[in-house]
Write a protein that binds this ligand. Structure first.
Ligand code: MD3
Ligand code: FE
Length: 199
């Protein structure tokens, strides 16, 4: 890694421009097969981030709660995880199992994600791997419990983050984008992919 913050490993610039462009082309197919939607929190609030998934299961949220399920909210199966995305997991995860979910988050200018833990997965010994594409985003890393001091780092297009070991359950979030900082995505914004072993 090029940087390690509280056990969160950053691989800055792991994907070059050509690799990023190839991944975006594959992700267009994912979104065509399983459209982005805006999940609702348990309290019925629409999230600002739009999401979809690839893999055998996908992450959904509605008034029934957060969970992984076999179908998109509109009923279709999730498309397969693109090979270029799987390859990143093989390179950096050091995991004993392949991912069964790739959560795709799309941020437009103004979208954010509040501090939270990722704890809907069955096995916290498996890492989560994140890939950033498009505009820069201010990523905040907290602690294993809510509150306390936090540290922030800008994630740029092509950066990969691995959360494993003790860092797997730290609170984290995205405060804001730097709009116009990347021309990778036509129309701007940011895609974040998180590879997970959900089941
Ligand atoms: C640290 N996504 O989808 S990715 C998420 O940029 C999520 O869209 C953010 O948090 C995004 O749940 C941050 C980096 C990340 C992902 C999972 C983690 C950091 C993490 C799990 C544990 C600790
Ligand atoms: Fe998260």
């Amino acid at each position: 890694p090029t940087l390690n913050i509280r056990g969160v490993a950053l691989f800055q610039g792991l994907l070059d421009r050509a690799a990023q462009e190839a991944m975006v082309r594959e992700l267009r197919e994912v979104v065509a097969a399983a459209p982005l939607f805006r999940p609702e929190t348990r309290r019925g609030q629409k999230m600002s981030v739009r999401m979809t998934s690839a893999g055998s299961v996908g992450w959904v949220s509605d008034r029934r709660g957060y969970r992984y399920q076999e179908a998109h909210p509109e009923g279709m199966a999730w498309p397969p995880i693109p090979p270029s995305v799987r390859a990143v997991w093989e390179t950096v995860a050091g995991a004993s199992r392949p991912p069964d979910c790739c959560l795709v988050n799309f941020y437009d200018e103004g979208a954010r994600m509040g501090l939270h833990q990722d704890r809907d997965e069955a096995d916290f010994d498996q890492p989560v791997v994140s890939i950033s594409l498009g505009d820069d985003a201010l990523f905040r890393i907290g602690n294993l419990t809510r509150g306390g001091r936090t540290e922030s780092v800008w994630l740029k297009s092509g950066d990969v983050v691995v959360m494993g070991g003790p860092a797997r359950l730290v609170f984290h979030g995205i405060d804001r984008l730097r709009p116009g900082s990347s021309n990778l995505l036509a129309g701007g914004g940011r895609l974040n992919l998180t590879l997970r072993v959900a089941h």
